[in-house]
Design a protein around this ligand. Structure first.
Ligand code: FEO
Length: 398
């Protein structure tokens, strides 16, 4: 049975599910898997829009052959060069060597460097169009979402936006492929974790793209990952707008790295004081246990961040250091922060925290608390100050 599915007359989803890969891009956990969505329009001309990751390329090409029943593919549109969408290009070209490859000026050097492909290229620029017969494609650039060559393709007859990674999600498509056929609640965290970790560094390019695409009469959004949007387009657009503006809710994410439990104890004390002050949305993460992608996802949700680390050879603990690096690298904006932790003799985490706050430009709401050995009464008082100052600040700005 061919799992291809018609999404509008003569337009098909020809994607695949990946439940085998544990970590996407060899870094991001995939507890619910991921789908690589590809699409084909069968008109007077046949066009494939984005391919899939290479592990299932045999099935993929077989599906296309069955669907086309002897016809050839005329065009391949590459909206995005990352190998999870270009891994099957060489297999496609083996079967259909005359395919004309559509991309932009930044696509083709990558195509050559990744796959050695440099023939039959058709370069498009902002607003260019291509007639397929009944269907017409328009191309719009979306640089840095999340690679420089990224573009999107709008099919104007049916109003379908082929959006590449934009509006994508982790999680396989288990049966249904449309947003009104799947359990969006089940996928909610995978939708936001995909944005925050894959696209989240590029808030400004996302804002630019939203403004540009906002003028198009879009009736369906076909991303390269996650469910196709036809009933809840406004919902995902609103979420992207909020996330890309770094607009967060009232709440606090506490993250700790603790070798012997003392820093963890301080995390619990601070959380209790926050609750005393009426903060309900408190999330505590152990950085040694929880992958940074989940922590970063919560930081994209909540305004307040309180970070704690034991000292480790004159620095922050390695698992906290990883998180700090990630946050600095992503340039996450618009948070307020405070710090705590512990030391056995000279310390080390607090200077690193101060350096972090300066680099990321988050406002520090209270002096840090660094306990020596087990936290004592005076340390708990400083923890209270941190929690109360954070709660007061959130009351003021959220
Ligand atoms: Fe889904 Fe950026 O590749």
């Amino acid at each position: 049975m061919n799992l291809a599915r018609e999404i509008k007359k003569d337009i098909y989803w020809i994607g695949v599910n990946d439940r085998r890969t544990h970590i996407f891009e060899n870094y991001w956990p995939l507890p619910k898997g991921v789908a690589y969505n590809s699409y084909i329009i069968v008109d007077e001309k046949v066009v494939v829009i984005d391919t899939i990751e290479r592990s299932k390329m045999d099935d993929y090409v077989e599906n296309i052959e069955q669907l086309l029943n002897g016809r050839k593919v005329d065009y391949l549109v590459i909206n995005h060069m990352e190998p999870d969408h270009t891994g099957a290009i060489k297999a496609l070209l083996c079967h259909y060597p005359d395919v004309k490859i559509i991309g932009n000026a930044k696509t083709f050097p990558m195509l050559k460097n990744f796959y050695g492909v440099c023939e039959n290229l058709m370069e498009v620029k902002e607003g260019d169009s291509l007639d397929l017969g009944k269907h017409k494609l328009n191309f719009y650039m979306a640089p840095m979402l999340h690679w420089p060559e990224t573009m999107v393709t709008f099919e104007s007859t049916e109003g379908i936006l082929f959006s590449g990674d934009i509006f994508g999600a982790f999680g396989t498509l288990d049966g249904g492929i449309f947003d009104d056929e799947v359990d969006l609640d089940y996928l909610e965290e995978e939708i936001s974790r995909y944005y925050s970790n894959i696209v989240g560094k590029y808030g400004q390019p996302a804002q630019t793209a939203l403004k540009k695409l906002g003028g198009l009469p879009i009736k369906m959004v076909c991303a390269t990952h996650g469910p196709i949007r036809r009933s809840h387009i406004a919902d995902i657009v609103a979420k992207y707008d909020k996330w890309s503006k770094y607009d967060t809710d009232k709440g606090v994410v506490i993250v700790f790295s603790s070798m012997y439990g003392n820093t963890e104890k301080m995390a619990d004390i601070i959380a209790r004081f926050l609750a005393e002050k009426g903060i309900k949305k408190i999330r505590i993460h152990d950085a040694s246990k929880t992958h940074p992608s989940y922590i970063i996802n919560d930081i994209f949700r909540y305004k307040g961040v309180i970070l704690g680390s034991c000292a480790y050879n004159g620095n922050a603990f390695p698992t906290m250091e990883t998180l700090l690096f990630e946050l600095e690298h992503m340039g996450v904006k618009n948070h307020v922060v405070a710090f705590f932790g512990g030391k056995a003799w000279a310390g080390g985490a607090m200077p690193r925290f101060n350096q972090f706050a300066e680099k990321i430009k988050w406002e520090v709401v209270a002096p840090s608390c660094e306990a020596c050995g087990c936290p004592k009464d005076e340390d708990f008082e400083t923890c209270r100050n941190i929690a109360y100052a954070m709660a007061d600040k959130l009351d003021e700005i959220c």
